[in-house]
Design a protein around this ligand. Sequence first.
Ligand SMILES: [Zn+2]
Length: 402
Amino acid sequence: VPLSAKATHQQTRALNQGLVLRTLYHHGPASRAEVARLTGLTRTTVSDVVGEFVATGIAREIGRGPSTGGKAPILVEVVDDSRLTIGLDLGERAFTGALVNLRGVVRHLVEIPVEGRDGHDALASVHRLIDDLLAGSGRDIVLGIGVGTPGLVDTERGVIRWAVNLDWQDLPLGTILSDRTGLPTYIANDARAAAMGEYLFANPARDANLVAVKVGLGVGAGIVLDGRLFHGDDFGAGEIGHTVVVDDGVECRCGRFGCLETITSSRAILQEAEDAAAGHVDSALHAVLDGTGAITLADVASATNAGDEPARRVVVSAGRALGRAIAGLIGVLNVRRIVLLGSVSALGDAYLDAVRDEASRRSLGTLAKATEIVLGRPDEDVVLLGAVALLMTRELGLVPVR
Ligand SMILES: [Zn+2]
């Protein structure tokens, strides 16, 4: 069907706006002439778009830059706090919501414990979080809502197909929230959202491809290819946590036995650490368990760093298990940048080394050499920042530009 002239005109306008905004966002402050050169748009088009941005407050003029011969040009920059987005992380232990500015800086954070809430109660909690955040902001500068949640999520339709921890099945959360607030709403699985956050806010080389592997209570990967989230045919791309990797392993919460999650999730690591503590009375872990009755990932990390051998073995074995899974991803995707996120990243260098070592040992040499596996930000907000990044890439066309 041919587009009407009006629709084409509006589309062109939106495309130009996206192009100018992301150029200012990634290269700014910049003069109008510089933006025209970088985008290939005409000076007139750039001036029109920049004029609108200045009028609506999303960009501002900040005085004159260095002269290149003639009159020094006026520089324009994006105003980072001119728009805010609502990001939600529907985590397994707590729901967290935040107002986030255009650079991914959290301006206001609200957290409520989950405490076994599911179904309608969980939805009521989501509404309350959003109402709180909207009450704390100038409503007209809120761009929209981004939500990250564990489970299978149809991001294109905004439907949570299955979130076992919340007892949600085929819940059209996107429509529910946008009908209630009038704001555009985007929803993604937590690991996939986190990948988008790394891509937009923590991607200094502006790589077009990236894999984020998130290891916390659950284990999942988010795959960004060519600047877009890769979902797979059933929105399960990156669901590596429930691949069986140990024959006759322990039972997983999905009902099968020996899933990757049963050996490399935070729960599995802490269980291993407790077993190690019980079996080695001279271990630093034993002292922790004796003193506090529970071991945290931070305890395991500090014992490992202090040279405690039982702790180190727990960390290395969890790292190796993840490394094997990552070798599979390297072979299938050949993505060079792999970022480790989630609470387990707190295990630090010993963990990272074990992941790298095993992934490299099990991958084609040339591919392994080109692959960079790094620890992402230890930030607890990676999921909500990622949900916000998804919203911003879709609503503002803010994709990294070289
Ligand atoms: Zn499983």
